[in-house]
Each structure stands twice: as structure tokens, then as C-alpha cells.
Design a binder for this molecule. Sequence first.
Ligand SMILES: [Mg+2]
Length: 220
Amino acid sequence: MDPASITPADLRQLLAFVAEAISRKEAELNALDAAIGDGDHGITMRVGFTAVNAKISGLPDAAGIDAIFRESGIAFMGATGGAIGVLLGKMLMAAGAALKGRPEIGPAEFRILLDAMESTLVSTGKARPGDKTMLDAVHAANDAVKAENPSGEELVPMMELAGRSALRAAQDTAQMLPHAGRASRLGERALGHPDPGAVSFSVFLTAMAEWAQQTSRHGA
Ligand SMILES: [Mg+2]
């Protein structure tokens, strides 16, 4: 990739890279979910992103950024069940809608993407920051990227910042009491365990950043 932007062809490669990263984390995500849920989160994420990868590899060459995200969301939602399927599916679709007409993802588009994902998660999931859900990771990444100096900004460091912020926030959910989602019935028994959805969203963003680092280094 050009370090300044992600083209539709880049985005296909990026999502394939994310799908592999998620697959590698399957057992770890299942174990996190087993501590506070039913233990299938890693399976769900792997199945969802495998469907995303299959869907986008069949899209016509002319498919733009918006169509790639929209179709990814539809594929994720169609292949998975439960809350995460609906939430992440809608978030990917919202990213597509928000990026309609944008030929590439640069810093401005990356901000739009995270903001659209957070807005959709808030309106669909009804959680708030601090409730020990995926939103904690999404909110932290979006906030960090919004706070970046708007002048002199670069895409790859911005993606790294988003990934780091999401990862830290996901780890911090271990110390939170669950107020929303299925873990909320566990109360204090959930303390010490991070939210699996927050962790998997941080895997999503850190894999995006890792792909961008590697590819911009080799391609520049
Ligand atoms: Mg589960």
C-alpha cells in the first residue's frame, strides 16, 4: 500500500489478513468467553471473518471501499448468530455507508470509519462506555484518533494508535463490572476477566495496523 491511503484492492488484502489474525486467536477468544459466557466467541469470530473473506474474494474488481465493507457486514451477520453477529455486522455495514463515494481510506476516512462503527454500536447495543462490552475498545480507539492533531497526520501511525488504544481498553475491561450484555448477570464474578468482544475488536484493529505497517514498509 501507499502509506497515505488504502485502496479497495488493499482493503481486500487487509480483511484477509484480519481474518487470519482472528483465526489464530480462536482458542484464546473461546477461553475468554468461557470465563464469563458460553465459550464460543472465538468460533463465532472465526466463522464470521471466514465468511467475510469468502464474500469479498468473490466481489467484482470494481467494488469500492463502501461495497467491500457493506458486503463484509452482510456476510458476517449472515454467517454468525447472537449479539456479536448483529453488532459487528451492522458496524461493518455502517462503515461502508459512511465511506460511500470515498475512493480510498486515508486519515480522514479512518476517522469516519471508527466514528460510524461507534455510533452504530451505541444505537444498536445500548451499552455505554464503562459497561464492560466491545464498546469500551471501540470508544477508546475512536477517542484516541479524534484527539490526534488534525495537521500533519499520517494513516499508519493513526491505525497503530487505534490498535494500541483498543488493546489497552480491552485489557482494562477486566477490572470493570458488567452492566450490559450477557455477562451482566454474573456481577462481581466477571471481575478479573476482560470482555471477549472488546478483546476481539482490539484484535481487529491491531491486525489492521499490523497489515498497514508491513505493507507500507515493503511497498513504499
Ligand atoms: Mg458466547
